[in-house]
Write a protein that binds this ligand. Structure first.
Ligand code: MG
Length: 386
C-alpha cells in the first residue's frame, strides 16, 4: 500500500487525485491533505479519507478547525510552515504536489531535500527555478513524476530511451477557450467566456492561462527542464481534439505519441501507480467516432504570450521567474475584474521588458526577481485598471 500526501487537495487536481485513490482503495492510503482556505471541502475530505495530518495555510479559520478535528484524530499544521512540514512527512511514499502557482516552490524544495518521490502537477515552481530544482534533484534521492498531461505524455514516450536520440518534442495544445473567437473581440471578453474551456475542466488560474496560451508558454519551461532539451527542440502544435497529449520525434524519424481520452485522472493515475499500470475506470478513445485528428500552427499575433515565453526561454536567467510572477498578478487582477483581457498580455510584456536579468541566479536572486516582478505588475494593474 502506497502512502500518499496531497498538497492542495481541495483544488481541481487535488480532488481528481482523491477520486483516483477512491477507485484503488486497496492500493493507496491517504496520509496527509492540505488546503489554502477551502475549509469546507477539506473537512469532507478528512471525514472520507481519514488522513493523519492536514495543513491549512490561511490561518483565519484555524480555531473552528481545531474543534472539528479533535474528533477526527488528525493533527493540524498551520500556515506556510505547516505546509512545508507536511511536504517533508517521513512516512509519505508519494507526495502529490497540486498547489497552484508560485506558492508551490518552497514545499517542492523541502520535498526534494527530504528525498521524496514527487508527483508534480504544479508548473509555476519549475518555471521560476527549473535549473536549480533539477540540480537539487540530482544531488538528492528525490524524484519528480510529471502529472501535467503533456509532460506525462512526453515522459511515457521518452522513458528508457537514450536522450541523445531525441530530436524534437511536439507539445500539443487544445487551443483553449478562445481559439475560435476573433482577435477583435478580445477587448471586451467577459470572465465567463474566458473560463469556458472546451476540453479540460480545471482551476480558474490555469483556465485563464489556457485562454491566453500562457499555459503552453509555461509548459515550454517544464519540458525544457524535466527532459533536458533545448527550447529550439520544442514545437507547439494546436490540436483541438486534445487526444494526443504530446509527441517525441527521434533521430531516425520515428515519432512516439501518447493518446488517451481527455481527462486529468489518466495522467494522475499513471503518476500514482508508476512504474505499474493499473486498470482504468474512464472511457477510452473511440477512433471511429473521432474520425480525424487535426493540427495547426498557433497564431502568435493573436496569442503573444507564447511568443514571449519562447523569447524568455531562450534568454533564461531570472526572466522566467519574472514572466511567471507578472502572469500570476495579471491573471488574478483579471479574475477580480480589475483589468480587461488584453491587459494581461500588456502587463506581462512590460514587466519582462523592464527586468534586468541575472544570468545564473541562485535561489535568493530568483525570489527577489519574483518579488520585484509582483510589485511591478501590481503597479501596472493600477495603470491599466478599467
Ligand atoms: Mg497541460
Amino acid at each position: 500500500m502506497k502512502k500518499v500526501t496531497i498538497l492542495g487537495s481541495t483544488g481541481s487536481i487535488g480532488r481528481a487525485t482523491l477520486e483516483v485513490i477512491d477507485n484503488f482503495k486497496q492500493d493507496f492510503e491517504v496520509l496527509g491533505l492540505s488546503t489554502n482556505s477551502r475549509i469546507k471541502i477539506l473537512i469532507e475530505q478528512v471525514k472520507r479519507f481519514h488522513p493523519k495530518e492536514i495543513a491549512v495555510v490561511n490561518l483565519n479559520s484555524a480555531k473552528l478547525l481545531e474543534r472539528t478535528f479533535k474528533k477526527e484524530n488528525v493533527s493540524l499544521l498551520l500556515g506556510k510552515e505547516g505546509l512545508n512540514k507536511l511536504a517533508q512527512n517521513h512516512d509519505t511514499d508519494i507526495l502529490f504536489l497540486a498547489i497552484s502557482g508560485s506558492d508551490a516552490l518552497f514545499p517542492l524544495l523541502k520535498a526534494i531535500d527530504s528525498g521524496k518521490t514527487i508527483a508534480l502537477a504544479n508548473k509555476e515552481a519549475l518555471v521560476m527555478a527549473g535549473p536549480l530544482i533539477m540540480q537539487r534533484l540530482k544531488s538528492k534521492k528525490a524524484k519528480i513524476l510529471p502529472v501535467d498531461s503533456e509532460q506525462s505524455a512526453i515522459w511515457q514516450c521518452i522513458e528508457g530511451k537514450d536522450k541523445k536520440t531525441v530530436k524534437k518534442i511536439y507539445l500539443t495544445a487544445s487551443g483553449g477557450p478562445l481559439k475560435d473567437i476573433d482577435k477583435s473581440a478580445f477587448k471586451d471578453l467577459s470572465l465567463k467566456e474566458v473560463l469556458e474551456h472546451p476540453c479540460w475542466k480545471m482551476g480558474k488560474k490555469i483556465t485563464v492561462d489556457s485562454a491566453t496560451l500562457m499555459n503552453k508558454g509555461l509548459e515550454l519551461f517544464e519540458t525544457m527542464y524535466l527532459f533536458d532539451v533545448d527550447i529550439s527542440q520544442i514545437e507547439v502544435l494546436i490540436h483541438p481534439e486534445a487526444i494526443i497529449h504530446s509527441m517525441v520525434e527521434f533521430i531516425d524519424g520515428s515519432i512516439l505519441a501518447q493518446l488517451s481520452y481527455t481527462d486529468m485522472r489518466i495522467p494522475i493515475q499513471y503518476a500514482l501507480t508508476y512504474p505499474e499500470r493499473k486498470g482504468g475506470f474512464l472511457p477510452t478513445v473511440d477512433f471511429i467516432k473521432l474520425k480525424h485528428l487535426s493540427f495547426y500552427k498557433p497564431d502568435l499575433s493573436k496569442f503573444p504570450s507564447l511568443d514571449l515565453a519562447y523569447e524568455v526561454a531562450r534568454k533564461g536567467g531570472t526572466l522566467p521567474a519574472v514572466l511567471n510572477s507578472a502572469n500570476e498578478v495579471a491573471v488574478e487582477a483579471f479574475l477580480k475584474g480589475k483589468i480587461g483581457f488584453l491587459s494581461i498580455f500588456k502587463i506581462i510584456k512590460d514587466v519582462v521588458k523592464l527586468h534586468k536579468s541575472i544570468v545564473f541566479p541562485d535561489l535568493e536572486e530568483v525570489i527577489s526577481a519574483h518579488q520585484w516582478a509582483k510589485i511591478k505588475a501590481q503597479q501596472l494593474v493600477e495603470e491599466y485598471r478599467r
